[in-house]
Design a protein around this ligand. Structure first.
Ligand SMILES: Cc1cc2nc3c(=O)[nH]c(=O)nc-3n(C[C@H](O)[C@H](O)[C@H](O)COP(=O)(O)OP(=O)(O)OC[C@H]3O[C@@H](n4cnc5c(N)ncnc54)[C@H](O)[C@@H]3O)c2cc1C
Ligand code: SF4
Length: 335
């Protein structure tokens, strides 16, 4: 185990103090629970001289009913989200996703903000400094080529593996950000820009996967209770605990009689961003039948692009995503 380098720690207590600390230290690392960031620091992937801890900001620790839905602060912990009785009742998919993350100790420490901004992962990246140096690094750090796709034109395909983002995206959640120019709110799905197009013309990739402007911080997420929607989350992993998803799928659906009236499906653990499937409206207006599931398979095949960034083959992760999506739609339909 490598020793941690020295860093200064800022501990703001209010949102104003947090913004001031961010402005004073633009290169600082934001520290939620540190369950991902501290690992990256120890591995020499990043070495911020200053860390700004977000957990002491009381206004960001809350989970509260707001605007006919819920508002979850960026510093709410995973265990608080998983065990919040009202949240669980209204949005079981969000609680199931939080409960599926890592193990109990990481869930006590880890936060919503850290989970949403979780760094993308790759077998050539989540390694020690000496391992990466022995392989001449790669372009997500200081190297010049991608070992997963050596012919990629400067594009990184590292995989986004956070579990909460898809659960919230399937429900149409919005994220509130604070930056030097003030606050803004956007669809959570728009926070993720890791398109990783092979022609290099995508908005972002596995290296630049967050649409945060310089100095921006995630403040909170709002999810609206639209009435009558059911939600769930399922993931496949190698071990049954303390494990990132091979693929993870969130579904939110509305059933009206014998017809699907609304459907949101989001996938993680495959692409360099969590993917909110486009085209699910093609399944609406009837019960989920064989033709509907065939359409769903097409959507997954066309939009889920899993590269060999984990020990599990990309084509298998895509297959798993399709199977989980179908099973989850069936489960929620029959509740
Ligand atoms: C053994 C192990 C297993 C794991 N398994 C899973 C898993 O199954 N699923 C999963 O999703 N994760 C998993 N993780 C990763 C991690 O524990 C969780 O994603 C956790 O939620 C990260 O939250 P954190 O607060 O600890 O993040 P941190 O490590 O504090 O931060 C992560 C990143 O987010 C940034 N950040 C933090 N807060 C904010 C904010 N408010 N605004 C903007 N940026 C911010 C940080 O600067 C950093 O870049 C695992 C980790 C370990 C060690
Ligand atoms: S996908 Fe390529 S560039 Fe990105 S982390 Fe993996 S090896 Fe590095």
């Amino acid at each position: 185990m490598e020793a941690l380098p020295e860093f200064a720690l800022a501990r703001p207590r209010t949102i104003a103090e947090l913004a001031a600390a961010r402005a004073a230290h633009p290169d600082a690392g934001l520290l939620g629970g540190g369950t991902d960031l501290m690992v990256n620091i120890r591995r020499g992937i990043v070495a911020p001289k200053v860390l700004i801890e977000t957990k002491g900001v009381a206004a960001l620790r809350t989970i509260a009913a707001a605007e006919s839905g819920f508002e979850i602060g960026a510093s709410a912990t995973l265990v608080e989200i998983a065990e919040h009785a009202e949240l669980r009742r209204h949005f079981p998919g969000v609680a199931e996703a939080a409960q599926s993350i890592a193990g109990p100790t990481q869930r006590i420490m880890g936060t919503l903000g850290g989970n949403l901004c979780l760094d993308t992962r790759c077998i050539y990246y989540n390694q020690s400094q000496w391992w990466r140096a022995a392989n001449d690094h790669c372009l997500k750090t200081t190297g010049t080529m991608c070992h997963v796709a050596p012919k990629s034109r400067g594009v990184c395909f590292a995989t986004y593996s956070g579990d909460l983002a898809p659960a919230l995206m399937a429900l149409g959640a919005k994220v509130e950000l604070l930056g030097p120019a003030g606050q803004r709110r956007l669809d959570l799905a728009a926070l993720y820009i890791g398109e990783s197009r092979h022609d290099g013309k995508g908005k972002g990739d596995g290296k630049n996967f967050l649409g945060l402007l310089p100095g921006e911080i995630v403040l909170r997420v709002r999810v609206e209770d639209r009435g009558g929607w059911r939600s769930g989350y399922d993931k496949m992993r190698i071990r049954r605990s303390i494990e990132y998803p091979v693929a993870g799928v969130a579904v939110a659906l509305k059933r009206e009689g014998d017809a699907l009236a609304g459907l949101g499906i989001a996938v993680t653990g495959t692409n360099p961003r969590p993917v909110l499937l486009e085209g699910t409206e093609a399944l609406l207006g009837r019960a989920p039948d064989a033709a509907g599931f065939a359409k769903l398979d097409d959507l997954v095949r066309d939009q889920i692009m899993a590269m060999k960034t984990t020990f599990t083959q990309g084509f298998y992760r895509r297959r798993v995503a399709g199977v989980l999506a179908r099973r989850l739609v069936e489960r929620l339909w029959n509740i």
